[in-house]
Design a protein around this ligand. Structure first.
Ligand code: PMT
Length: 412
């Protein structure tokens, strides 16, 4: 994990009871080696004295937009440019609203407009205020921005006695997210800037009756890692995912589906604007011919369930007149190369990433190895991406895709 050694962070505190937790966040940031400049709104000072933050950071706390002493040294423009990351914790409903609408009536909001650093926002407010449609609209607008990240709020009991979403996330979690944002920034070279990448991930579930279904062991780890790697390279990412138990990457346009037919329908709705389609999902090839309305009874020794073929999402995308660069996966237990090349040709793909599955390989694991095959000059090219963590493999795969194909795509 990256430490925050010498990273320059603005910790902006707005006026809520959770401001006391920001003192702990400040300690954690300093412990990680960060240089932190605390900025407080006037109402934040009603909750915690600036001296607390000054003592912990070793820096005078900044509050005034027009502070002649500060402007003579590091003025607010320089402060905005100085920062590698800005964190607002807690962010009140009022501050969220101001940022959404580009107001700059105090130092905190002015910094948000001036700084190019990524902005991590940890909202904290009464649960009614959080659920209010205006606040939700503001949050939705903010979360769509490429450089704004949200952390929380968390669910639980509130200082006012209410219970619900509105508690500031724990400082440790905000710290971890801050580190992740900086980590992703460090590794990005913007290879897929302005590209739209459509990715399928996870398993599909095909219902037999109200309590039973057919599925497979896909955890979504490979597909989600590819989505994150594409985001890190500046892409707009649509992720169509079957049910999984892992956290979705921030900044993806997320589509949750259950069955292969739902995945097929969703992909075909979005694909027209995609530059690249990556089919990582383990789509069930077959589904029960019909879903029983009532639970199947155990009436006989044997049971036969008729299965019928699902639509082939990858093949249908590859057959489109205006198809995106189309990349399939092949999960094989044996003869990887032969099966993968057959799928590459048969499904009219631009590239296939094959992996061995079974014997604790491919599915569910944190690591994987991939064999890439693609056409070039009427020949099949190949490359092995050796065993590595799925996040590392995903980055390598995205780089291969960006370098091999997207150079030729006209941006829509
Ligand atoms: O999710 P993880 O636990 O991290 O595991 C990752 C993985 C092993 C699932 C992944 O690396 C992988 O191999 N995904 C493809 C799994 C698969 O279904 O392979 P396949 O060889 O059966 O299918 C070939 C390709 O056609 C795949 O790109 C698949 O998404 C696509 N397909 C298949 C059937 C179908 N009806 N529609 C499709 O689009």
């Amino acid at each position: 994990m990256l430490s925050l050694n010498n990273k320059k962070i603005i910790l902006a505190v707005s006026g809520g009871i959770a401001a006391y937790k920001s003192a702990l966040l400040l300690r954690l940031l300093i412990k990680q080696g960060a240089r932190v400049q605390v900025v407080m709104t006037e109402s934040a000072k009603e909750f915690v004295a600036p001296l607390t933050f000054q003592a912990l950071s070793g820096e005078i706390v900044r509050s005034d937009l027009f502070d002649s002493a500060a402007e003579a040294g590091m003025g607010h423009i320089e402060l905005a440019q100085w920062a590698d990351l800005m964190i607002i914790a807690p962010a009140t409903a009022n501050t969220l609203a101001k940022i959404t609408h580009g107001l700059a009536d105090n130092l905190l909001t002015a910094l948000c407009l001036t700084s190019k650093a990524p902005l991590l926002i940890a909202p904290a407010m009464n649960q009614q205020m959080w659920n209010n449609t205006t606040t939700q609209e503001n949050v939705t607008k903010l979360s769509k921005k490429q450089s704004i990240f949200l952390c929380g709020p968390a669910l639980g009991e509130q200082a006012c006695g209410d219970s619900g979403y509105g508690r500031m996330e724990e400082p440790q979690k905000i710290l971890q997210q801050g580190i992740k944002i900086l980590e992703n920034q460090t590794i990005s070279s913007g290879l897929l800037k302005d590209r739209h990448i459509l990715i399928t991930a996870g398993p599909t579930i095909e219902d037999i009756d109200p309590v039973r279904y057919v599925t497979n062991r896909s955890s979504g780890k490979m597909g989600y890692a590819i989505a994150q790697a594409a985001i890190n390279e500046g892409a707009r990412v649509s992720l169509v995912s079957g049910p999984v138990c892992i956290e979705q990457p921030q900044k993806v346009e997320f589509y949750s589906i259950r069955s292969a037919r739902q995945m097929h329908e969703t992909v075909l709705k979005i694909v027209a604007s995609a530059d690249v389609f990556i089919a990582t999902a383990a789509v069930a090839d077959y589904r029960p011919a019909s879903k029983r309305i009532q639970k199947l009874k155990k009436n006989s020794e044997n049971l036969t369930i008729e299965l019928i073929k699902n639509p082939d999402i990858l093949a249908d995308v590859a057959a489109l007149a205006n198809k995106p660069v189309t990349i399939g996966f092949a999960a094989e237990t044996n003869d990887i190369e032969a099966y993968a090349i057959d799928k590459l040709k048969r499904k009219n793909l631009d590239m296939i990433a094959a992996n061995q599955v079974g014997d604790a390989k491919g599915f569910e694991k944190d690591d994987n190895e991939l064999y890439l095959f693609w056409h070039k000059d009427n020949e099949i090219q190949s490359k092995k991406l050796p065993l590595a963590d799925k996040q590392i493999l995903a980055k390598q795969l995205i780089e291969e895709i960006a370098l091999s194909f997207t150079q030729d795509i006209n941006i829509l």
